[in-house]
Write a protein that binds this ligand. Structure first.
Ligand code: PLP
Length: 388
């Protein structure tokens, strides 16, 4: 069959493929230690599930507005004010089928063929693929460990051309876990305003921060940057609601209206009763977020110590998310080869850094229980020692 050309320009998600392979091995009864998951290992909070169940029982099972349930849009606007210092009204918010869908809607609404989108690498793998699907051009800016895998203001300035439309900022980052400091955010904001481009701030990991580190939302730094900012966020990571598929965008009203139009012709609306769970997540107790964070913090310490104790491996300590991104170049293997051999020889699943444009690294997720971390790291250490 002759498929549309746009399909040949994008690759299937490597992260989903490896996670699926590890799952299939587990299903065959193989004892796999998986560090590949991009999702918290906890159940969704009980009060969130109860709210969705109640909505189901009350018959909230019909089509809803393409923009999202009004109560949820209002709750999101309140959250953005309280947590992030952003002055949005409910009409500045669209509810989407997850953070991924938020970004997809945004890029479709904004990017025309030839428009440039600046993406610092290592990046979350879907960004450039979405840009490609929209006919845009990704301008990938490589970063390394010397800047904590963060783009510098100088790099950003140099990458901006008359065709630049959008800069994608992701802090805390997937795959590196790095968090931009308030000063770095300020410097980036200044350049965005001066050059009059837009920034989308992907804040999906904003609640997963360690050691007292604070996240500054770029749009909160003043009216000029606010009007050039779009916020993308969701419920998956903070509330362990990956399968619920609920996210949102907030931004200038004309842009949000455009995404609502797109959504009205694509998915119609996000699952109605699930949105009532999301309202409970925002309005209920936030203890569940804190409990998960405490668990992640302990696991992060263990995995970080274990990784850095392996001769030849180096890994900075990230301030956010639930990933570690060690440099494996001393093993002499590139990331895909490393990850495949590790899975075959020691039944440990990790994500090859090439998926994020970081071929000398791999990504390990510690969104798994401590016993798996201990056992998996024993195997991992054995594997690396056999190479170096
Ligand atoms: N942005 C980043 C950086 C992510 O890592 C993810 C998920 O892995 C998403 C967005 C999308 O999350 P979801 O679509 O599950 O809400």
């Amino acid at each position: 069959m002759k498929l549309a050309q746009r399909v040949s320009q994008v690759a299937p998600s490597i992260t989903l493929a490896i996670a699926a392979k590890a799952k299939a091995m587990k299903a065959e009864g193989i004892d796999v230690c998986s560090f590949s998951a991009g999702e918290p290992d906890f159940d969704s909070p009980a009060h969130v599930k109860a709210a969705a169940q109640k909505a189901l029982d009350e018959g909230k099972t019909k089509y809803g507005p393409a923009s999202g349930e009004p109560k949820l849009r209002e709750a999101i606007a309140r959250k953005l004010k309280t947590d992030n210092g952003l002055d949005y009204k409910a009409e500045n918010v669209i509810v989407t089928n997850g953070g991924k869908h938020s970004l997809f809607n945004l890029i479709l609404a904004l990017i025309e063929p030839g428009d440039e989108v600046i993406i610092p690498a290592p990046y979350w793998l879907s960004y450039p693929e979405m840009v490609t699907l929209a006919g845009g051009v990704s301008v990938i800016v490589p970063t390394d460990v010397s800047t904590g895998y963060k783009i510098t203001p100088e790099q950003l300035r140099k990458s901006i051309t008359p065709k630049t439309k959008l800069f994608i900022l992701n802090s805390p980052s997937n795959p590196t876990g790095m968090v931009y400091t308030p000063e770095e955010i300020q410097a980036i904001a200044q350049i965005i305003v001066e050059t009059d481009i837009l920034v989308v701030s992907d804040e999906i990991y904003e609640k997963i921060l360690y050691d007292g580190v604070k996240q500054v939302s770029i749009g909160s730094l003043g009216p000029e940057i606010f009007e050039r900012t779009i916020i993308s966020n969701g419920f998956a990571k903070a509330y362990s609601m990956t399968g619920w598929r609920i996210g949102y965008l907030a931004g200038p009203i004309d842009l949000i209206k455009a995404t609502i139009t797109i959504q009205s012709h694509s998915v119609s609306n996000v699952c109605t009763f699930a949105q009532y769970g999301a309202i409970a997540a925002l309005e209920g107790s936030q203890d569940c977020v804190e409990e998960m964070l405490q668990a992640f913090a302990k696991r992060r310490e263990v995995m970080y110590e274990r990784l850095n104790a392996i001769p030849g491996l180096t890994c900075p300590k990230p301030d956010g998310a639930f990933y570690l991104f060690p440099d494996i170049s001393k093993t002499g293997l590139k990331s895909l080869d490393f990850s495949n051999r590790l899975l075959e020889k020691e039944q440990v699943a990790v994500i090859p850094g090439i998926a994020f444009a970081g071929d000398d690294n791999i990504r390990l997720s510690y969104a798994t229980d401590m016993a798996t971390i201990e056992k998996g790291m024993d195997r991992f250490e054995k594997f690396v020692k056999s190479l170096i």
